[in-house]
Design a protein around this ligand. Sequence first.
Ligand SMILES: C[S@@+](CC[C@H](N)C(=O)[O-])C[C@H]1O[C@@H](n2cnc3c(N)ncnc32)[C@H](O)[C@@H]1O
Length: 233
Amino acid sequence: MVKIVHVCDGIYRNDGDAGPKDVLFENQKLIRFMDKFYLRCDPEHLTAVEVSVLCAERAKDPSVVLGPNGDVRTIFKKYISLLQPKRFLEIGAGNNPIFSGVEAQELGVAYSTCDADPKYADLFSGQSSELSYSDGFFDMASAVFVLHFRFYEAQVSELFRCLANSGIFVANVYWRSQESRKGLAKMFLDAGFSLSIVPDEQRICRDHEYWILGKRDSDVAEAGIKFREVLVS
Ligand SMILES: C[S@@+](CC[C@H](N)C(=O)[O-])C[C@H]1O[C@@H](n2cnc3c(N)ncnc32)[C@H](O)[C@@H]1O
């Protein structure tokens, strides 16, 4: 049986057994998110405060680094190691960055992190979308389990500014509807990005895909081929 616990208005934890897709709780229809949460709406429509509360609640559970999250981070780790960026930015690293400081050092990469929640890293959000890096500073950026939340137009432009002409941004996308993915893709394309979508044949999560973005079609196509190689390795 589900056991719904109020975390904040809009965000509820399920301390019981895995429950149905929707539940009615205190006259409000809630939708299941992962196994352990119920939300008032899809994650992309949550407010910044709700996102922060949800992510903080999720971060309390050590098992989140295992399972799908761990699998995707392992793939990204391999991919980033293959591309060997010199300056790498992780967006939405939370309390669970892809690399430890030691790993980044071993890889010889200058590793920067940012997050919508300033308790984890440099602030980067809809409210504060300026990054303190010069134009074209990063040769690679990535976001793991972030783009199901709202990603703001100003963030996309800032990312474009900070990415080198040959730079690559890789992220995973799930949960969003087809309509919502189209809207997100349009935002990146309108900012000047080229996009290649690699479907997740392993189906690590439902409707899960990898988005590879960059400024030049040829670089993105090549980066997409390398990503597929990592997936089958
Ligand atoms: C589900 S957690 C993922 C954390 C980590 N990447 C992982 O894989 O475990 C999502 C993280 O993205 C951050 N976030 C959500 N929306 C964001 C946005 N628009 N820009 C930057 N960070 C965002 C949250 O604050 C949170 O730290």
